[in-house]
Design a protein around this ligand. Structure first.
Ligand code: PGA
Length: 247
């Protein structure tokens, strides 16, 4: 069985005074029945790792460089995230693909670096609105998966997050049928690409909130969520976690 994963992506939000949200979240879920992950800005990883104490909350980065060290001013290596207390790193988020021109090959190289550092890579993919309207969503996500999954990916070191670009931060969510169709397609593509395909967690992301979480989690092959805006406050994230526990 795949252990479900509720992951929060804080994006470029959060100063030290927001770390109180960690205590509120861990107090609300002292013994979570799903994997719980927060990906704060890199500046907060070490403090968040300290703030969680002995709680099972896991911490992730939002990006890493493909190289282990070197002359890359302003970048962060996967080993550094690990050293600061992270166990995961998001790679290939659509905001990175759009803002920094990251290609599938870049994403695969970053995921490879994450694996080499002992991190779980959360590989993000998803179609734009124009691609969906052109009937290309399934072809786009399948191509992104093939291009972004590095050699050596296993069920233990890799999570896939399907995040339609048009659903991120917009309040728009695909229909349950559309989510199920993409997740089923991704599972099928994984079967063609790796032996451990059944064990890979497939997250849905894009405008997940308390009011739609339970129905999204009822869809086959949805093993959790990558949550942006609704992960910033414990009071918003908590009911999503509970919905996943009850799914
Ligand atoms: P959102 O972001 O939940 O705010 O739509 C999701 C994401 O980008 O990971």
């Amino acid at each position: 069985m795949r252990r479900k994963l509720a992951a929060g992506n804080w994006k470029m939000n959060g100063l030290t005074d927001t770390l109180g949200q960690v205590k509120a979240l861990t107090d609300a879920h002292p013994d979570p029945q799903v994997d719980l992950l927060l990906c704060p800005p890199a500046t907060l990883i070490a403090q968040m790792a300290w703030a969680r104490g002995t709680h099972a909350l896991q911490i992730g980065g939002q990006n890493c460089h493909a190289a282990a060290t070197g002359a890359h001013t302003g970048d962060i290596a996967a080993t550094m995230l690990k050293d600061a207390g992270a166990s995961h790193v998001i790679v290939g988020h659509s905001e990175r693909r759009a803002d920094h021109g990251e290609t599938d090959a870049d994403v695969a190289a970053k995921a490879l670096a994450a694996h080499a550092a002992g991190l779980i890579a959360i590989i993000c993919l998803g179609e734009t609105l124009a691609q969906r309207e052109a009937g290309k969503a399934l072809a786009v996500v399948t191509a992104q998966l093939k291009g972004s999954l590095p050699a050596g990916a296993t069920a233990a070191n890799t999570v896939i997050a399907y995040e339609p670009v048009w659903a991120i931060g917009t309040g728009k969510v695909p229909t349950l049928d559309q989510i199920g169709e993409v997740h089923g397609t991704l599972r099928g593509a994984l079967r063609d690409m790796m032996r451990e395909a059944e064990g890979v967690r497939l997250l849905y992301g894009g405008s997940v909130k308390a009011s739609n979480a339970a129905e999204i989690f009822s869809v086959a092959d949805v093993d959790g969520a990558l949550v942006g805006g609704a992960s910033l406050k414990a009071e918003d994230f908590s009911p999503i976690i509970t919905a996943l526990e009850n799914a």
